[in-house]
Ligand binder design. Structure first.
Ligand code: SAH
Ligand code: SF4
Ligand code: F3S
Length: 473
């Protein structure tokens, strides 16, 4: 079979990153291998996101730029997938004559058949059919990048929560969970390929399995925890309303579960939360945070925030700031509210001026930057075990004393903090040496988004953190 080149461009959340792997996986039997060079590709897949207006605009501007590339290479097949594809369907073909295929979020497994038809007949196709049941679930995940130590594993798709600002239930469909046996198989396969850490993905992992009567999410975690050779488990995202005591308890029970939870709150004001249809109160959220900290005192907590939701008063925004000060998050993703087609809040009155949204966002980010800096300072002098992900280039004089853009090692703590440490001390240059190993690092410097440290125990002697003792590095 003639080898053909596939370029996948992904915008959006981790789900899209996972989907990109699956797209590569399902297209491999047709002879497609990946390339970074878009100009030489035979097939370009644009994997899109529509969570906010900007993401959608980004997708269309990228697609617009492909027109030139297609003009230079008329045999190129241009395929649009992901959430914009699901939302816009046929309209994309009308608007963009250089697009050959639009496939929705449930159509990945039908992709090979469609690409084959286009190769043979040069027809233009749209497939945005959705189904409530999850696909036959033949987990055709794609190849790993060389040295990849961490992988995503989707455990469910869709969302039934219908937060009033959100497009996800409309473009990803109803919530459906994969069978636990398939998930375990996929993780075992990844471990055999060299992966040491998995992140289980779902829009609301806390309700995993409920609909289908499969096991609960904490039961799934127990099974994943038992997989030999796996060192760390992460998951995202947790909806606060469904965070059960059982799952909170898992942070105390399961050795491999990382000490981090992403628990999006969106707002600190009860009236805004009600109008967002989040179905918890600020007090209920704070209670869960307190219980998490009882189970696991050093758990890192991160969150998503929306500023400028329709009708948000300055007093209500102050309540959000107050919540941030009280929780003292380890990190925040904050967004200006954005109207989305099909999301009910688009029709709400009291839209907030863009300048006000921008100012609120900046105030919130400044507050969090101060908290992050204080938390980083408190980590100085501590020893943390990191899972080493590989090397990167550094201009920083601490991690790379030459300050010349030379190599530094990069890893993550259980709490998901990024740590760099020098690639000297006899370990420089050899990418194999530490990648995938656990190493003890003395934290010595704090930057805006990462920490710097010094290797005090190599992989063989790394002090086991929760669960990491199973790793023979
Ligand atoms: N399922 C996850 C969130 C997925 S979307 C959860 O419920 O936590 C990621 C984040 O994008 C959301 O948490 C929210 O903060 C933000 N977001 C979603 N829709 C948005 C909109 N219309 N405008 C601005 N931010 C939005
Ligand atoms: Fe969107 Fe809410 Fe579902 Fe998250 S839980 S994906 S914010 S509808
Ligand atoms: Fe975007 Fe779709 Fe994810 S809208 S955030 S790619 S689920």
């Amino acid at each position: 079979m003639k080898s053909k080149l596939l370029h996948i461009s992904t915008i959006g959340c981790q789900m899209n990153v996972y989907d990109a792997d699956q797209i590569a996986g399902v297209l491999a039997p047709l002879g497609y291998t990946g390339t970074d060079a878009i100009e030489t590709a035979d097939l370009v897949v644009v994997n899109t996101c529509t969570i906010r207006e900007k993401a959608e605009q980004k997708a269309f501007s990228f697609l617009g730029r492909l027109a030139k590339i297609k003009a230079a290479n008329p045999s190129l097949i241009v395929a649009v997938g992901g959430c914009v594809a699901q939302q816009e369907g046929q309209a994309i073909l009308k608007r963009m004559p250089h697009v050959d295929l639009v496939f929705g979020t449930h159509a990945i497994f039908r992709l090979p058949e469609m690409v084959r038809r286009i190769e043979q007949t040069r027809c233009r196709l749209v497939d945005v059919r959705m189904s409530d049941a999850i696909d036959s679930d033949s987990a055709l995940v794609g190849p790993l990048a060389p040295g990849q130590v961490s992988a995503f594993v989707t455990i469910m798709r869709g969302c039934d929560n219908f937060c009033t600002y959100c497009v996800v239930p409309h473009v990803r469909g109803r919530e459906a969970s994969r069978h636990p046996d398939r998930i375990i198989e996929e993780i075992r396969m990844r471990v055999d390929q060299g992966v040491r850490e998995v992140t289980l993905l779902g829009q609301n992992v806390n309700s995993y399995g409920n609909k289908e009567g499969l096991c609960s999410f904490s039961e799934l975690l127990e099974r994943v925890n038992d997989i030999p050779g796996l060192g760390r488990i992460r998951f995202t995202t947790s909806h606060p309303k469904d965070l059960s005591d059982d799952l909170i308890g898992a942070f105390g029970r399961l050795k491999k579960l990382c000490r981090h939870i992403h628990l999006p709150v969106q707002s600190g004001d009860d009236e805004i939360l009600r109008r967002m249809n989040r179905r918890y109160t600020r007090a209920a959220y704070m209670d869960k945070v307190a219980r998490l900290r009882v189970q696991c005192p050093d758990i890192a907590i991160t969150s998503d925030m929306i500023v400028g939701f329709p009708g948000e008063t300055d007093r209500q925004f102050q309540a959000t700031l107050d919540l941030i000060r009280t929780v003292r998050y380890d990190g925040l993703f904050a967004f200006m509210y954005s109207d989305r087609p099909s999301a009910p809040a688009t029709a709400f009155s009291g839209k907030i001026d863009e300048r006000v949204k921008k100012a609120r966002l900046q105030t919130l980010l400044d507050l969090q930057a101060g908290i992050t800096a204080e938390k980083y300072q408190a980590m100085l002098g501590q020893v943390r075990t990191v899972l080493v992900e590989g090397t990167s280039r550094s201009l920083d004089h601490f991690t790379n004393p030459a300050g010349d853009g030379g190599l530094q090692w990069t890893g993550r703590t259980s709490s998901n903090h990024i740590v760099h440490f020098p690639a000297d001390e006899g370990n420089s240059g050899d990418k194999e040496l530490l990648t995938g190993a656990f190493a003890d690092i003395m934290i010595e410097t704090a930057h805006a988004h990462s920490l710097g440290g010094r290797l005090i125990q190599g992989p063989m002697g790394a002090t086991p953190e929760k669960g990491e003792k199973t790793i023979a590095a």
